[in-house]
Design a protein around this ligand. Structure first.
Ligand code: DHB
Ligand code: MG
Length: 222
């Protein structure tokens, strides 16, 4: 079994269950045209994020790593009329592409994109004293995943879901001696989740149009 099979199966389910509308298609098109890395989630993954947000009744969502705003659109569509999604992006050019994609999707009232280092923006967000986030999606630079988990816990409440993208990395996650800082980031992130008594967590491998990767899902218990 190989990439062609995985893509064919993703295509089958995506066409059947997860048709993209024009705003989502245009978001991918414009992200590609602006040469953003094609790291956005697949449509069926975006739909999973949307379903998880609906299942937990999310009113406030935090995304770390906006990229072109593709997953942002999926998740923001799960919000009630007065819901809010805060998305953090380091690269101002990516944020500009995302802003246009989100405007075109009619979601600019619900989405607050903040530009800067998440390591700087997260303490600012915490100091604003807003309501806790109901769902937090960590999908930025992987070496900082341990830091992002720390802040996610500060910005959460019991019941909050914390989702981490790209925790498998073509299987490299199992190599303790990896010299890839991304691999070490997701390993440390997983170890911190395991050791934290406030969290109940799992992680799943995925194959599909995005290759072999996976995500972690944790619920804040206390
Ligand atoms: C990478 C990052 C992502 O968020 C993703 O979805 C896929 C790959 C990366 O840094 O390689
Ligand atoms: Mg990702």
């Amino acid at each position: 079994m190989n990439q062609a099979n995985w893509t064919a199966v993703d295509d089958y389910f995506c066409q059947l269950l997860v048709p993209e509308d024009e705003a989502l298609r245009a978001a991918v098109r414009d992200s590609d045209a602006a040469s953003l890395p094609a790291h956005q989630v697949a449509p069926n993954q975006g739909k999973l994020l949307q379903l998880l947000a609906q299942i937990c009744g999310a009113r406030r969502i935090l995304e770390i790593g906006t990229l072109g705003g593709y997953s942002t659109i999926w998740m923001a569509r799960a919000l009630p009329a007065d819901g809010q999604l805060v998305s953090l992006e380091f690269n101002p050019q990516y944020a500009e592409v995302a802003r246009r994609n989100i405007d075109r999707a009619g979601l600019s009232d619900k989405v607050d994109i903040r530009i800067g280092r998440a390591g700087d923006l997260l303490p600012l967000l915490a100091s604003e004293g807003g309501a806790p986030f109901d769902l937090i999606f960590i999908d930025a630079d992987k070496p900082n995943n341990p830091l992002y988990l720390d802040w996610a816990l500060k910005l959460a409440r019991p019941g909050t879901l914390i989702i981490g993208d790209n925790v498998v990395r073509n299987g490299a996650v199992v190599d303790p001696a990896s010299d890839d800082a991304n691999v070490q980031g997701v390993r440390r992130f997983s170890e911190l989740m395991a050791a934290n008594p406030r969290l109940s967590a799992t992680a799943l491998q995925t194959v599909g149009s995005k290759g072999w990767d996976g995500f972690s899902l944790a619920r804040v218990m206390a």
